[in-house]
Design a protein around this ligand. Sequence first.
Ligand code: FAD
Length: 279
Amino acid sequence: MEKAQSHKIGMISIVVALVAIGAGTAYYFYFLNKRPKGCLDPEKFKEFKLVKRTQLSHNVANFKFALPTPSSVLGLPIGQHLSCRGKDCVGEVVTKAYTPTTLDSDLGYFELVIKMYPQGSMSHHFREMREGDYLAVKGPKGRFKYQPNQVRAFGMLAGGTGITPMFQVARAITENLSDRTNIHLVYANVTYEDILLKDELDNLASKFPNRFSVYYVLNQPPEEWDGGIGFVSKEMIQTYCPAPAPDIQILRCGPPLMNKAMAVHLDALGYTPKMQFQF
Ligand SMILES: Cc1cc2nc3c(=O)[nH]c(=O)nc-3n(C[C@H](O)[C@H](O)[C@H](O)COP(=O)(O)OP(=O)(O)OC[C@H]3O[C@@H](n4cnc5c(N)ncnc54)[C@H](O)[C@@H]3O)c2cc1C
């Protein structure tokens, strides 16, 4: 009698296990097939059509590229970037990194905000691009992994075009209702006119006053200016970024000299390597 009982329990356990494996496999394949496929290939450049070019200042423009269908997603994880290929002014092939200001929740297109330097190789390519032209893009690239609530707070130290990955992460966090991460951005530029995405950043600050703050720093400020002046200092980081702690992280993205200077400040202030990330 006892033996029959234990045999029965054994059979039930096997059936339950088989059902669980079956359900797990079905779930896995369902979501694998359901998950929208991205349009990128990490190994191969793919061409995307420039459908709208909007000049934002004398040397900055917004480039809007169409994806294959209106419901296509780019497929770029938050905080990662694209490798874009073009030709410089003597026809040499160049490849540079760019982070879209759009997210995968923006269907059918992606946008790049590009600053074009007079002597820049890839800058030349973008300056010459007209609506209807195609851009060769490969990706995703990058080491940053975004998880909602992965930290209590991000400090962000951005310089010039280094704002684009920060903006992408900030958008992802504030648009995710279940993500409570606080963001403290310090954004450095040479002049007021150089500040990229200012309306968008000010908009985030007024929409999420307790979760997103931005402190602008200018080398050459206008006469009336209530932001920081000069380069981003240790004191500015102490005042405007979260203090060192295991549940915070300071992200940085700017010109190489700024990145170096910020790393020195962060080390001196006691931020461990784990608390720092450079895009
Ligand atoms: C992860 C990542 C994301 C990026 N995202 C963007 C983005 O969204 N938009 C964007 O415009 N750029 C972005 N960049 C910068 C971009 O990759 C190029 O470095 C930039 O466009 C200049 O390339 P270039 O070939 O035109 O200039 P280069 O030929 O490399 O440089 C030529 C000259 O241009 C000037 N110059 C170049 N870069 C800078 C700079 N950062 N600050 C000041 N002067 C400079 C210098 O005078 C330099 O001597 C990103 C970089 C990284 C690493």
